[in-house]
Design a binder for this molecule. Structure first.
Ligand SMILES: [Zn+2]
Length: 305
């Protein structure tokens, strides 16, 4: 059990590197992590997940630059998730697969909160990987994997991507404003590949409830915290904003994440896009994890009623 948590914290540490570097187009392998201010390379004993942050009292050893709490938080959450996967799936092939599935979703969540993008590095390879997992489960007995039919994984990916795409089109046509980002399309396609067609639907339902219960009050209570935001951050023209509040600031390793949140955006057809934007990626990721742990049981229970 402790091994699962420690392994998760180490993977979470690597996830931090991905979160800091992917948006900048940098390699996650080289160079080694450095303090962005004093450029001191971070020694291995100062790079122990969670523990080093506490020992260093959240400051760079060289120059005292604060290290953001995002780092130990991501490590701790990934550690807890790995522990949950181990407790749920035990000694099986499913366990390492679902551990990395969860780690990917942690990256998606943090990235979407910080700069409102869902990393293609996770969602695009995630689709064939989810289908590959179903192939493995179909070919090999007792893997513990949730989806063991290839068509189910393919249908899940198609349905997941299709639902969000349709919702986006309908929103655009009816409300003349963007619904969901294309990043969400790829994300639910990936979740569907791992969780099957029922998983795609269940994840979206769980994500909608999470968004309603958590996101709704958040928007109502913190209107200043959430700047108005356009839709499709991946394909949209990015406008530098001066008054966008800092949600999370990455202060180390290797350079700070630039503020990529545009405050306003005019689409090609002249529609000015307004309104509060809440990233949906974290809710999809949360819904996907809920379905991973409880979904099939809930579906079975529901069908038996
Ligand atoms: Zn420093």
């Amino acid at each position: 059990m402790a091994v699962a948590f420690v392994f998760g914290a180490v993977v979470g540490s690597f996830a931090n590197v991905c979160i800091a570097r992917w948006p900048l187009g940098l390699s996650v392998v080289r160079p080694a992590s450095r303090c962005p201010r004093c450029k001191t390379y971070i020694a291995w004993y100062d790079n122990i997940p969670i523990i080093s942050w506490i020992i260093l009292r959240a400051k760079c050893r060289g120059c005292g630059l604060p290290i953001h709490w995002q780092y130990p938080l991501v490590e701790a959450i990934t550690g807890v998730l790995f522990l949950c996967v181990y407790l749920k799936f035990g000694y099986s092939i499913a366990t390492p697969i679902y551990m990395f599935f969860c780690a990917g979703l942690v990256i998606v969540t943090v990235q979407d909160v910080i700069d409102w993008t869902i990393p293609d590095e996770i969602s695009i390879p995630g689709i064939p990987l989810g289908i590959a997992a179903a192939v493995l489960a179909w070919w090999m007995p007792d893997t513990g994997l949730r989806v063991d039919r290839i068509w189910d994984a393919v249908a899940g990916a198609a349905l997941g991507g299709g639902i969000i795409l349709t919702m986006d089109r309908i929103t655009v046509l009816m409300l003349k404003k963007p619904g969901m980002g294309f990043g969400d399309v790829k994300l639910l396609a990936m979740l569907g590949a791992f969780l099957g067609w029922q998983g795609a639907i269940g994840t979206l339902m769980a994500a909608s409830w999470l968004a309603l219960l958590i996101g709704g009050p958040f928007i109502l209570l913190a209107p200043k915290f959430m700047p108005s935001k356009n839709d499709d951050h991946e394909e949209s023209e990015q406008v530098e904003s001066e008054d966008a509040p800092e949600v999370l600031e990455v202060v180390i390793d290797p350079t700070p994440v630039p503020d990529m949140r545009p405050s306003e955006y005019d689409s090609d057809d002249g529609i000015t896009l307004e309104g509060h934007y809440l990233p949906f990626g974290p809710f999809l990721a949360g819904g996907g994890m809920l379905f991973l742990f409880f979904g099939p049981e809930v579906v079975t229970w529901y069908l038996s009623q």
